[in-house]
Design a protein around this ligand. Structure first.
Ligand code: NDP
Ligand code: X2W
Length: 352
């Protein structure tokens, strides 16, 4: 009888929101075993100490980030760290034979000058960065399957790009007219204490922020330019809304052919995503809500046309911590390991 072996996996940044989603999801994944959790301020504490609801089931200790130890124990390493740290760690882990999935922005850019402009960090890992693949499986499935290093997309870029991609790829819109209006729950900002995330500040209020200068803008523009075949600038406005999880992105663009109707576009979107198990294109006249996606790896997409303005309006809803972060990273791992793309991932959340 063959001996079943689970793939040993580690998480650096396990104490944060991304890390704890990964723990939760990987514990249920049939092909992997969690063997290392790393952090900084939480070194020496157990996961159950940081998250008491996990104490009975995943009570591993948080250890120091010792690359030799990590590579010795793990075949796969998830990096769930603030921007600017992964590039100092990933090259060594890769050299030592690990597959690396980075949840930060460090490996999302094909041009490091763009990263340096927006994130203010000079890099010395160019030879590693060029090997990274952007981890949006619905667009780059084949490349992800061959990669050793994945730059997992941001949560806003995931929701925005899944709404825009069919329109750009099929040449259905005037690309320069695209506007993304996106709303996020507060968990998008991570577990660090911040004044604007206090209940008294964030509750009963909605506000836009970083208009015209949010750091996810160049990431969205990079992929949109790739799809359109020429350099694009995109208007992107994020909002903080008083909920814990979820992103709703509403995308507007002028159609090249004003004669297209809603059902034409739904047919096109459904065809574009026909082999994408995590995308659900809504029926005619149905617009998604974040509550539908919360707790699952699904992205729901609704499509509408306004014949008065000649614009298409696409609404996408995801869980920022699952399809927008940890779930998508595991979806990429499934592809890298030649496992089913849906393996170990939550197919439905709880409702309401
Ligand atoms: N939250 C979201 O919705 C999304 C976040 N992302 C990205 O994912 C990454 C993680 O985000 P999130 O989980 O929200 O962040 P959190 O702030 O919740 O967690 C950050 C983690 O990084 C660890 N860390 C910080 N500095 C170091 C260091 N020097 N060495 C080792 N560990 C360190 C912290 O460990 P300790 O507590 O031990 O110091 C903590 O575990 C970020 O790059 C973010 O932009 C991407 C998509 C969505
Ligand atoms: C609500 C909130 O603060 N959201 C975060 C989301 C961005 C994020 O997590 O960055 P990536 O998605 O690029 O990784 C922010 O705007 O900074």
């Amino acid at each position: 009888m063959g001996k079943f072996r689970r793939v040993p996996v580690g998480i650096v940044g396990a104490s944060g929101y991304g890390g704890v989603q990964l723990v939760r999801l990987l514990m249920d994944h049939p092909e992997v075993e969690l063997v290392y959790l790393g952090g900084e301020n939480s070194i020496g504490r157990s996961l159950g100490d940081l998250y008491p609801h996990l104490a009975h089931t995943a009570n591993l200790p948080i250890e120091a980030v010792e690359l030799e130890t990590i590579a010795h124990r793990c075949e796969v390493v998830f990096l769930s760290l603030p921007d600017g740290l992964a590039w100092q760690i990933a090259p060594t882990l890769l050299e030592k034979g690990c597959k690396v999935l980075d949840l930060s922005a460090d490996y999302r850019f094909s041009d490091l000058a763009t990263y340096t402009n927006w994130y203010g960090v000079e890099r010395s890992d160019r030879s590693t960065a060029v090997t990274a693949v952007y981890g949006l499986p619905e667009l780059y499935r084949d490349r992800i399957a061959e990669a050793q290093l994945i730059g997992c997309p941001g949560c806003y870029p995931t929701a925005s790009l899944l709404a825009l991609s069919p329109l750009l790829k099929q040449g259905l819109i005037v690309p320069e007219t695209a506007i993304i209006d996106a709303k996020s729950g507060t968990s998008g900002s991570g577990r660090q204490a911040k004044t604007n995330l206090l209940l008294a500040e964030a509750d009963n209020s909605i506000a836009a922020y970083n208009i015209g200068r949010h750091r996810d803008t160049p990431e969205i523009e990079q992929i949109c330019s790739d799809l359109a075949g020429h350099e694009l600038t995109i208007q992107f406005t994020p909002h903080l809304v008083p909920m814990v999880r979820g992103i709703l992105a509403t995308v507007y663009a002028t159609m090249r052919d004003p004669g297209l109707v809603r059902d034409d576009l739904i047919t096109i979107f459904s065809a574009f995503y026909r082999n994408s198990p995590w995308i659900k294109v809504c029926s005619s006249g149905v617009y998604p809500q974040t509550k539908w996606a919360n707790g699952s790896n699904l992205c729901y997409i609704g499509v509408e046309v306004d014949p008065r303005t000649g614009r298409v309006i696409v609404i996408s809803a995801i869980d920022n911590l699952i399809k927008g972060q940890a779930g998508q990273a595991i979806q990429c791992l499934n592809l890298m390991m030649d496992w089913d793309e849906t393996l170990g991932l939550p197919k439905l959340g709880f409702y309401p």
